[in-house]
Write a protein that binds this ligand. Structure first.
Ligand code: SAH
Ligand code: F3S
Length: 484
């Protein structure tokens, strides 16, 4: 597993996304996504909107009439990667004057019109809430004007756009349930680029899942910056909930209820969700997970640091002790639960003692896996404005290595616990290392590879685990599971 970039399917990162072609369409769209799963899902929404405008997707950059890059601002390195990509587009555009280039996503929102000045190649800048405006914006550039729409919306959730599933395995798909984030962690650019938090109508979520079930999808990941904070009370921002009518408040649907509804309505569908924020995670969610076998026993539960001083400076709304209590409760209610973390090392003012607190918390939880980062100052955040980025790069690097090494040790400890057991696996595709083997994941989200035999993609099979590395289980299928 790559431990420095947070993505579920690394094979999608930065690759052109393609879908089945609509023969009536005659324009070609090349769309690439960087960053989180939400960006991958947004690109599917964009492809759907543009399919109505006559665009089919292509994997050949050189053939494209329109090139779109869905961008990430989370760390400086992510932005540098995208600037490099723009240079590549520029070289191609020189040979194809008709080609238009658009920047979508978080960098578009952060840099706005500045993008057009800084990167001459860019024709179009569109923020995460403005994709419905793409047809108009394309018209603007056709008529020779610059086109920028970066307005963040109060209620945009694209609930009624059926995403075009790009480059996927036909087995697992993402469904967005919230957009934006209200948490204002002091290091994080997301609240600025994706706006305030709003939830999507449960009805439209269930309809999208139904359509995925009809197309034979087997696993849905519910997506949001902070899914545990999901709250539908008829529309509007989460922060305005208290102003809603009594009736709206009394009939509101929270995340535990949404999960329960989805898992009950679709007993054959596997459910996952990401990301959980410890401060918003309720025990109701854990009990709902315990109640349904089709909700996977895995929680991505970022903590960022094990030091109370750092948690406070980061504006995380919980202490180390509260986090440990939550973890205790999770393991008590669902002993087989897998947990993963996000950690930031070298945040402003982090001392050796704070760093030791992080290592020590990791030792307590023994996460199954993790995503670890050196702090990268982001313009506009409270940390950038008010705090000093005072940990040197050398120290950040050394601490990052220590955190990664410890995580690898814990990952191995966790994978070893599976050896000898027989576990249900959903087959997602071919193993990267061997065309004779399938790969899939167990309920805990650990990857398992095993000989293909007569099985096929989309089957649920029971696999006996015989061996492991720190990232992968190795086994043999012993038959179909009851879930087929
Ligand atoms: N709630 C979101 C978090 C998005 S950011 C979600 O859906 O996952 C993902 C991770 O990037 C954060 O948990 C944090 O560990 C890391 N991160 C965010 N801002 C960062 C920064 N300025 N420097 C380094 N890492 C950062
Ligand atoms: Fe960022 Fe904190 Fe929200 S990490 S996405 S502000 S929960």
């Amino acid at each position: 597993m790559k431990h420095t970039e947070k993505i579920i399917d690394e094979s999608l990162q930065g690759k052109a996304l393609v879908k089945e072609q609509n023969k009536a369409n005659n324009k070609k769209l090349f769309i690439e996504s960087y960053g989180c799963q939400m960006n991958m899902n947004d690109s599917e929404i964009v492809a759907s909107i543009l399919a109505q405008e006559g665009f089919n997707t292509t994997q050949q950059l050189e053939d494209a009439d329109l090139v779109l890059v869905n961008t990430c601002s989370i760390r400086e390195k992510a932005e540098q990667t995208i600037r490099k990509r723009l240079q590549k587009y520029n070289a191609v555009k020189k040979k194809n004057a008709k080609m238009k280039v658009g920047v979508l996503g978080c960098m578009a929102e952060r840099l706005k019109e500045k993008f057009l000045e800084e990167e001459k190649i860019v024709d179009l800048v569109v923020g995460p809430d403005a994709y419905r405006d793409l047809p108009n914006l394309l018209q603007e550039i056709d008529e020779g004007r610059d086109a920028v729409n970066v307005i963040l919306s109060k209620d945009e959730t694209y609930g009624d756009v059926a995403p075009v599933r790009l480059n996927n395995n036909g087995v697992s798909a993402f469904v967005s349930i919230t957009r934006g984030c209200d948490n204002m962690c002091t290091f994080c650019v997301v609240p600025f680029t994706r706006g305030r938090e709003r939830s999507r109508d449960p009805q439209s979520i269930l309809e999208e899942i139904q359509s995925m079930a009809d197309q034979n999808y087997k696993e849905i990941t519910l997506l949001g910056q902070n899914v545990d904070s999901y709250l539908w009370y008829g529309g509007g921002l989460k922060k305005d909930f208290k102003k809603a009518t009594e009736m709206a408040q009394a009939t509101a649907v929270d995340f535990a209820q949404l999960l329960d509804m989805a898992a009950t309505r679709f007993p054959k569908m596997r459910f996952r969700f990401s990301t959980s924020n410890p401060q918003d995670m309720s025990l109701d969610v854990i009990h709902t997970m315990a109640k349904h076998t089709n909700i996977c026993k895995y929680i991505h539960l970022p903590v960022q640091s094990g030091s109370n001083k750092m948690l406070k400076a980061m504006n995380r709304q919980h202490t180390r002790e509260e986090y440990m209590e939550l973890v205790d409760n999770i393991y008590k209610i669902v002993p087989e639960m897998a947990l993963s973390q996000d950690m930031i090392v070298g945040f402003c003012g982090e001392t050796e003692k704070d760093h030791q607190d992080t290592l020590n918390l990791m030792e307590y939880v023994k996460y199954d896996f993790g995503f670890m980062f050196a702090y990268s100052e982001r313009p506009g955040t409270l940390a950038a404005k008010k705090m000093e980025d005072d940990v040197s790069n050398e120290i950040k690097k050394r601490r990052l290595k220590e955190v990664i090494d410890l995580q690898l040790k814990h990952s191995l400890y966790r994978t070893q616990q599976h050896v000898g057991k027989t576990e249900e696996v959903l087959i997602e595709g071919e193993s990267k290392k061997s065309s004779d083997h399938w790969k899939g994941r167990n309920t805990q989200n650990t990857v398992i590879v095993f000989p293909k035999e007569q099985y096929k993609i989309g089957d649920f099979v029971n696999v006996k685990v015989e061996d492991c590395t720190s990232a992968t289980l190795i086994g043999t299928a012993v038959g179909y599971s009851d879930n087929n």
